[in-house]
Design a binder for this molecule. Structure first.
Ligand SMILES: [Zn+2]
Length: 366
């Protein structure tokens, strides 16, 4: 699957295209701006512009070079993404491991064009920088240039060997090979090593508009079933697709917890205490927001079951025991119980106790 089309960032695109067409594009560029707004996607766009067979202000999207960038298979595009630290002791093996890890991440990104933020522990370690050095001296395969996209470039500083990695990269950025363009991205240029920052020309990338976030979510195959839901989600995302995706993950966890609870309730009196206990244990309510999100997911799942009970198609998968209910009235009573718990949750009530009570109430009405 090709990466989703670049949405928004028109000012940045114009500036970059103008600089490129007049041969004033800096060789080391750092795109800065909030997390999840598409800085690396913009970097891919710039790579396509540089490689494109046409000479417009946008990559044509049709030539072999553009298509190869969109498919993340262009041999002169080197996308470095933070990866877990290699385990091998041998340096050569570490580089191989880094290469494999990067190939793996790229394969994932080909499969799912919108991706969550990398693991907080992932970084650009010495092995990645070594790999980058090796690729930097290669002759371009298809065209006349190579593009190095270094996402979350500030993650270069989280390892003990970071000084060596930083120095190696610095050397490369001080005298970049003439056929190479380096595009770094970071949330805040001040997080970059000062020596690296001083060699990179910054370009500020802004938040997306709500409509643009919605467009990216649709284009990336992560739409929201209802228009109202989409609007809510986009409003909370504050111009960041990444923030919308993080919401998805949190919502996913809330729905998992809700399903676990409903399954415990539906398993019946005999199994209830043990299963409830497990459901409760599995859900560390780190924040009150998570607890209310779980109650909302519970109410939503029950109302989808009620839709199914009156013959409409549910908009999300239902737990086994709720799939073929015909008693919409019982489901509505269950939703009322959840709404009651939701109100109580606003006060200073222990979530575990509230949930245990709610479980008993639901078992009665369902
Ligand atoms: Zn093209």
């Amino acid at each position: 699957m090709p990466v989703h089309p670049l949405v928004g960032h028109l000012d940045a695109r114009q500036q970059l295209a103008r600089a490129f067409r007049t041969a004033r594009l800096p060789q080391v560029l750092v795109l800065t701006g909030p997390a999840g707004i598409g800085k690396q996607r913009l970097g891919l766009w710039l790579a396509a512009l540089v490689f494109c067979a046409e000479t417009g202000d946008e990559p044509c999207g049709r030539c072999p070079a553009c298509r190869a960038v969109d498919g993340l298979v262009h041999p002169d595009l080197h996308w470095f993404i933070p990866i877990p630290r290699p385990k091998a002791a041998d340096r050569e093996k570490q580089v191989e491991e880094a290469e494999e890890a990067l190939a793996q991440v790229l394969a994932e990104r080909r499969a799912a064009t919108l991706y969550p933020a990398p693991d907080p522990m992932a970084s650009h370690g010495l092995a990645s920088v070594r790999l980058l050095q090796r690729r930097a001296v290669l002759t371009p395969v298809l065209g006349r240039r190579k593009v190095f996209l270094l996402g979350e470039a500030d993650r270069l500083v989280v390892q003990e060997a970071s000084q060596e990695a930083a120095n190696a990269l610095l050397k490369l950025l001080e005298e970049p090979p003439a056929d190479s363009l380096f595009v770094l991205t970071t949330v805040d240029a001040r997080r970059l090593l000062p020596t690296i920052r001083s060699r990179a020309v910054p370009l500020r990338v802004n938040r997306l508009s709500e409509e643009e976030v919605a467009q990216v979510l649709r284009a990336g195959g992560r739409p929201t079933p209802t228009e109202e839901g989409l609007r809510e989600r986009v409003a909370l995302a504050e111009g960041s697709v990444g923030a919308a995706l993080a919401q998805d993950e949190a919502a996913g966890a809330a729905y998992d917890a809700a399903r676990e609870m409903l399954e415990a309730v539906l398993a019946g009196q005999a199994g209830l205490p043990a299963r409830m206990e497990r459901a409760l244990r599995q859900t560390p309510w780190a924040a009150r927001g998570e607890f209310t999100a779980m109650l909302d997911a519970l109410a939503d799942t029950l109302s989808e079951a009620a839709r199914a009970a009156v013959g409409e198609a549910p908009r999300r998968p239902l737990p086994e025991g709720l799939r073929n209910r015909r008693d919409a009235a019982a489901l509505v009573r269950a939703i009322e119980r959840v709404a009651g718990a939701r109100e109580a949750a606003a006060g200073n009530v222990n979530p575990q106790i509230l949930l245990a009570t709610l479980g008993e109430e639901l078992a009665e009405v369902l």
